[in-house]
Design a protein around this ligand. Sequence first.
Ligand code: GEK
Length: 244
Amino acid sequence: MSDHSHDNLFAQPLGKVPGFVFDEAVVAVFPDMISRSVPGYATILSHCGELASRYVQPETNCYDLGCSLGATSLAIQSRIEGRQATIVGIDNSQAMLERCTEILQKKHSNTSIKLLHQDISDTEITNASMVVMNFTLQFIPMAQRLDLVEKIYAGLNPGGCLVISEKLRFEPESLNSLLSDLHHRFKRAQGYSSLEISQKRDSIENVLIPETLDTHLERLRACGFQSASPWFQCFNFCSLVAIK
Ligand code: GEK
């Protein structure tokens, strides 16, 4: 019997590999795809909960930008019960949000998670004590990234926290190749074949545009954040925390 939640989207030769989109096929396998593709994904989620327990203030908003199936929102929700805070999850994939709604309906909590179907570049950020972009900024057109981080800064309350988790690019190219290769070996160890890895890479190539750690840190400082640092890195995947 086939397991419909197992990611085998790139297992067969596809000829010309189409550009990656967050459609129903991806949604059906998404938890398996992200946990076998992103080293440290579970650690990053659980520590978003830890950061939320420290930074989310009573009667404020906590934004999960690019919420997919709500994994980050749920990790945060479990750590901020009783604070009268609101979690707002935003995604521009209708398929993701439909499935996310079904998942959230099965969970019971006093902390509400509101879902919005929109482009995060259009999202209004207000009265925020925490904003999380877990592996989402990398999909935003390069020309919009500074405006987005400026908008987040403006919507955060003083002392508020921004978490950005991303795939990174490295310089020089020899170091980039080394860290990509270590990532591909991680994927092999997670059961992906060489064909799956290379077709996924082709599919995502012009869709996910990684930046260097320095570019992220410089942008955060240019936007006014008091402090910013990576708190986690495994190969070419990193999570940063910035405090207003
Ligand atoms: C998790 N944070 O599980 N506006 C809104 N959503 C967008 C946009 C945009 N412009 N561009 C992409 N997305 C999640 C994982 S996945 C990461 C995030 C990945 C959404 C897109 O639809 C998808 O759901 C999400 O961002 C990126 O912790 O698949 O590598």
